[in-house]
Design a protein around this ligand. Structure first.
Ligand SMILES: *Cc1c(COP(=O)(O)O)cnc(C)c1O
Length: 449
């Protein structure tokens, strides 16, 4: 008789493979303070041949059978194999579209540029991918009798939106700590609407992070920041999904914006599994893009990653990556070393103009995606990214969360930024001749000159 597969995963210190914990234990760091990672029993997973994994994942895509229609839970055996399906908290996140940025790419000679639209998701950012895993695990722990009064996070906006939505769906109290005045209205209203306890603190993200860690340690609330490696397990599916969308072919380059650096670590972790389990046999290169105003990883890269120094991050339009002391720094450096990585930066003006150029070709991306687009444009210009290579830029959030930035850009109201492609609205009296003359003049000017 066939033995039933027994897929297993556990927390393990990134510094000491012998230091392990069960996934239902409340533990965020190793005894020496290092981060943990979720490690899977690869020997058991290897018993399924690569072609069978591919077929299984493809079959589940967009299925309604709970919970496999989710891009994350369609890969459940690779994500969180031990959880009861009934404890999964999912909005069928993931399975986002890959946009062939044909017109935008051709502006600088790239034929094969794709944008992974992670912002087309329940709360409008990739943070949903990680939060479904974390909140599901919390629901499972509560069902097993572990006492968890609430889940909590510090956030630059998108993490709190995702946590609040998933916690509300599960009926678990959520507390979010936000830097006062530093998140967009759209980001702020999400946790408010979902009924989270929203605490606005007079500090920046790094300051909020310190407080939430204390609350987690002393008061038993469950920490939902990406320091908690459960989030990484969900986020890692993005790389797997991209490869699946290219019919299991690896692109040449993956470009991703980075702040706290959980997402770049997650991207690499997903690719690791594809390689380890034999679904692909080539490696892409990874580019992590940082805002010049918050570039500690870039500075470390300049010194071959030999030193890392936290900085005080300055304000940036890309507010979700205004982070000077990224928690996943060591995981990210490791990931970049494994994937022959590059770190590039973008100034405020570069990111704003890249966003505007891309928007003109039908996109509508967030400023963080603008950082990645600007970095990619620079690498193409320098000849590092070849014009015939297949490039995927990971778009992290929907532009609709950042309309204040776009409005100001088109009204020429961002200080220090020229706005090379403004498109102000035109106010006219409601009189046919005036309207017609102006309309024809505009069509002539824009499309025929
Ligand atoms: C969180 C976030 C990032 C940065 O991800 P990290 O894991 O912190 O590096 C980038 N873009 C958006 C829109 C985000 O919400």
């Amino acid at each position: 008789m066939d033995e039933q597969p027994r897929y297993r995963a556990w927390f393990q210190s990134i510094e000491d493979p012998d230091e392990r914990y069960e996934l239902h234990e409340i533990v965020y760091r190793s005894r020496t303070g290092a981060l943990l990672e979720v490690v899977h029993d690869l020997a058991e997973l290897r018993k399924v041949p690569p072609e069978e994994w591919k077929r299984r994942f493809e079959r589940r895509e967009h299925a309604t059978r709970w919970p496999f229609g989710s891009g994350v839970w369609g890969k459940k055996e690779w994500v969180l194999p031990g959880i009861d399906d009934e404890n999964v908290v999912s909005m069928f996140e993931g399975n986002t579209n890959l946009f062939w940025a044909e017109r935008y790419g051709k502006e600088f000679g790239l034929e094969n540029l794709w944008i992974k639209q992670c912002g087309n998701s329940h709360t409008g950012s990739f943070k949903d991918l990680g939060m479904t895993v974390l909140v599901s695990q919390v629901k499972e722990m509560i069902a097993r009798g572990v006492e968890i009064p609430a889940v909590a996070c510090a956030s630059t906006g998108d993490t709190s939106a995702a946590l609040s939505a998933y916690a509300a769906a599960a009926g678990i109290p959520a507390v979010v700590f936000l830097p006062r005045g530093k998140v967009s209205v759209a980001q702020l209203i999400q946790p408010v609407a979902n009924g989270a306890i929203v605490l606005e603190l007079d500090t920046d993200f790094d300051g909020c992070m310190e407080i939430v860690q204390q609350v987690a340690e002393r008061d038993g609330v469950y920490l939902a920041n990406s320091m908690n490696s459960l989030r990484i397990e969900g986020q890692k599916t993005v790389g797997i999904e991209i490869v699946e969308q290219f019919e299991w072919k690896m692109p040449d380059w993956l470009v991703i914006p980075g702040g706290n650096l959980g997402n770049v670590s997650a991207l690499a972790k997903g690719l690791d599994m594809l390689l380890d389990l034999g679904l692909v046999d080539t490696k892409p290169r990874i580019v992590c893009a940082q805002a010049e105003a918050a570039n500690p990883l870039y500075l470390s890269y300049q010194r071959n990653f030999e030193v890392f120094e936290p900085i005080a991050a300055r304000p940036t339009l890309a507010n979700a990556i205004q982070i000077g002391n990224p928690v996943s720094i060591h995981k990210a450096i490791d990931a970049l070393k494994r994937y022959d990585g590059i770190v590039e930066q973008a100034s405020e003006s570069e990111l704003a103009e890249a966003c505007a150029r891309a928007d003109r070709t039908g996109l509508f991306n967030c400023p963080h995606t603008g950082v990645a687009l600007a970095a990619m444009e620079k690498l193409v210009a320098r000849g590092v990214i070849g014009k015939d290579e297949r490039v995927v830029v990971i778009s992290t959030a929907h532009g609709l969360k950042f309309v204040d930035f776009k409005v100001k850009y088109h009204e020429l109201r961002i200080e220090g930024i020229e706005s090379q492609l403004p498109n102000p609205t035109i106010q006219l009296p409601a009189r046919y001749e005036t309207v017609r003359d102006e309309m024809l003049r505009q069509i002539e000017r824009r499309f025929h000159t």
